[in-house]
Ligand binder design. Sequence first.
Ligand code: SAM
Length: 258
Amino acid sequence: MLRIQASRMLAAPVMRIDVLTIFPEFFGQVFDFGIIRRAKLAGIVEINIHDIRQFAAGKHKMTDDRPFGGGDGMVMKPEPLFAAVEHVLGTSNRDEYPAGTRVVMLSPQGKPLKQRSAKSIADEAKRLILICGRYEGVDERVNDALITDEISIGDYVLSGGEPAAVVVTDAIVRLLPDALGSETSAENDSFSDGLLDCPHYTRPAEFRGMKVPEVLLNGNHAEIEKWRFEKALDKTRRNRPDLSERGHSCPHERSEKS
Ligand code: SAM
């Protein structure tokens, strides 16, 4: 693992992420823990935070203005965002973006982020630009001209795109090659096979009268796999009936048939 990391340090990162925000301080340490920190240190991902205000013109460096047509709140102006994308990518012409570039508007109006979409971005993208909106949102011309994807992290409205940028970054970076290290894998995580994950236990085998299920202690891998599959199916039926409607079969039984 260390050797992989050392050689990777000399190569370009698997993915470069640039976050555009009016609150760069928000990201102070948020990417400095656990898997993302390790992926950064191993040169798997490079993450840069850009202050949109730096790209605003005039003495007051305004990044927002009143909405045409009237109404509440402010709207983020297009000029600083075009300038920021030009700074990061060398162009604001979508046809000239470097291969594998995704410019993402974080928005409650976007397509919902799913494990599947995170995986496809992790597999395909080399550059990710995440635009964090604030106020009533961003001038629509940014969507029209700059954006390749509009992503929502759920059916609720946040005050700004910054928490969404953290969620999207985390979900994608942990799926980059070698990011999780050898001791863990995303394959068994919730959603990867359409089910939620199974319950997990660790030592002690008994805690305050609560015992770890016997099957996990007996070393019979086929039984353990069957138990885990059934528990995952139970939980999915209870908490996410929308997912459990699809047909699922135990991975152990599947491998026996093939
Ligand atoms: N007026 C907008 C609407 O109703 O669709 C909401 C704007 S919200 C207060 C401000 C910013 O927060 C958005 O521009 C977006 O960047 C971010 N945001 C809010 N909810 C989000 C979500 N569910 N997913 C991703 N970004 C979100």
